[in-house]
Design a protein around this ligand. Structure first.
Ligand code: GLC
Length: 479
């Protein structure tokens, strides 16, 4: 007789399998959702970020074919030509999603790089998830040959080309448009959102492991290793917020000009939101949601913080601080449905300005502090990594009956996450995969190795803008 847990898992796994899509009779991905009661929009496509969660479940089950097929197919979809045409996806970009269409009896793979997506958002995160999956695939199968093949090496190089290229700013972080990751709507997450920086870091660490130290790849490898340190230094020092740091910011001098100034981004203390000062427990901390010129977004973004722990971008002390925050602010961050995508919600005039009056992103709903079951796996992974598996156990126990009963909703609404999201899809694949992944990690923590990174010492001592080039003053203007 199967015990309750096993039968819950078996039925969830069956539901996950029903979402698999095929191309030329081969499994290549999973649909985002299978809710026949509402219009499909693009939920009948395979999203790269959504598939990453399913893929990890498949890998942990030893079902590696689907992941290999996905990696190969999306690599072909990646644009390899240097583009000067603004209507074509940039070199290296990976699709947000793809679907299989049958035309004239032939199967076609149709990618979307954001050109069809609502509000035309750019999927910056897709290439990072692709790299993370490649690493996990190699770890499970030992198939380094695939990663070392010329096509895959070129694919990695092109992702790096896209990210390491010098741009309009002088920061080690990546400047991206609004809604370019899991939050794929306007939500004030343009600029330097934490989640992109953490995924970028994980992607760099992956490239560092998988690039061959010879030929073309060697230059990329050197640039990658340098950037890993610069990015880690920057995020650990400037995104980190605890009570000590909050006190510093509270007493900041402003309008400081020049190189070595404390408030180099000109953050005004008045921008510290009222909710924060009473909310932040003394022994805790977190990485802020965004950091740029004169801007610190103090919201807590869950995926960014949890991924920072998993990838060791957060150092040991910071990782413990994040765990303490989750534990002590459980009701706000986890509530009845693990867990909120961010905290707190934008309300009133802030909601109007940041979202453009988006009715799907109302306060405490969807991306605006709604609760997403998919995040359960990250909570479980991080709790395991930090030796706090009882927290993960508590979260899984809380929802394991409810999620299938509710039909695996995409997200929940309300401050405690007690209402099925008003516009949430049912049979949302990553809600199913998120639960399966969480439970699988609890049952066998050795799987953590597929997605976590060890701490790596940061060698750099200063990540601020480089000193002015020598010789500036000697420039001669000649004919
Ligand atoms: C929504 C989510 C996005 C997800 C997609 C498919 O647009 O915001 O993160 O990839 O649905 O599930």
């Amino acid at each position: 007789m199967m015990n309750k847990q096993t039968s819950l898992m078996a039925s969830a796994y069956k539901t996950l399998e029903e979402a698999i899509i095929y191309y030329q009779d081969q499994p290549v991905g999973t649909l985002a959702a299978r809710d026949r009661t509402v219009p499909n929009l693009n939920y009948d496509q395979c999203f790269t970020r959504d598939f990453a969660v399913s893929a990890l479940v498949f890998l942990m089950q030893g079902k590696t074919d689907i992941v290999r097929n996905f990696l190969k197919l999306t690599l072909i979809l990646q644009n390899h030509e240097r583009q000067l045409d603004c209507f074509k996806p940039g070199t290296g970009l990976m699709p947000a999603s793809f679907k299989i269409e049958v035309k004239g009896g032939k199967e076609l793979v149709v990618p979307d790089f954001g050109e069809h997506a609502i509000a035309r958002v750019t999927p910056v995160d897709s290439c990072f998830w692709w790299l993370l999956l490649l690493r996990a695939y190699v770890k499970v199968t030992g198939d380094l040959e695939l990663a070392h093949s010329p096509k895959f090496q070129e694919g990695i190089q092109q992702i790096l080309d896209l990210c390491l290229r010098t741009r309009f700013d002088l920061f080690p972080t990546l400047l991206v448009p609004d809604g370019s990751f899991m939050v794929d709507r306007r939500m004030g997450v343009y600029g330097y959102p934490l989640e992109i920086q953490v995924l970028f870091y994980a992607a760099l660490r992956t490239a560092g492991e998988l690039l061959l130290p010879k030929g073309e790849s060697k230059n990329y490898l050197e640039a990658t290793i340098e950037r890993i340190s610069q990015l880690a230094y920057h995020v650990r020092n400037y995104y980190w917020l605890d009570l000590i740091r909050l006190n510093e910011i509270y007493r900041y001098q402003v309008e400081q000009f020049g190189q070595s100034v404390a408030n180099w981004l000109n953050i005004y203390p008045e921008s510290i939101p009222e909710w924060l000062t009473e909310w932040l427990p003394a022994e805790s901390g977190y990485l802020v949601g965004n950091l740029g010129p004169a801007r610190m977004d103090f919201r807590f973004f869950t995926q960014g913080n949890l991924m920072a722990v998993l990838t060791s971008l957060a150092d040991e002390r910071q990782a413990n601080g994040i765990m303490t925050l989750i534990e002590q602010r459980w009701s706000d961050l986890v509530g009845q449905m693990p867990m909120k995508i961010c905290f707190p919600a934008l309300e009133g005039r802030d909601w109007e300005t940041a979202t453009g009056w988006d009715r799907k992103n109302l306060p405490w709903s969807y991306h605006n502090a709604g609760s997403w079951p998919v995040l359960l796996w990250l909570l479980a992974a991080v709790a395991q990594k930090m030796g706090r598996s009882e927290l993960a156990q508590k979260a899984v126990m809380m929802v394991q009956n409810q999620l299938p009963q509710d039909g695996w909703p995409e997200y929940y609404d309300g401050r405690q996450g007690r209402l099925i999201g008003r516009e949430a899809r049912k049979f949302q694949t990553w809600s199913i995969a998120g639960y399966l992944l969480a439970q699988t990690l609890l049952d066998d923590p050795s799987h953590l190795e597929l997605i976590s990174f060890d701490d790596q010492p940061v060698v750099l001592t200063c990540a601020l803008a480089p000193k002015p080039l020598e010789g500036y003053a000697e420039i001669q203007i000649t004919d």
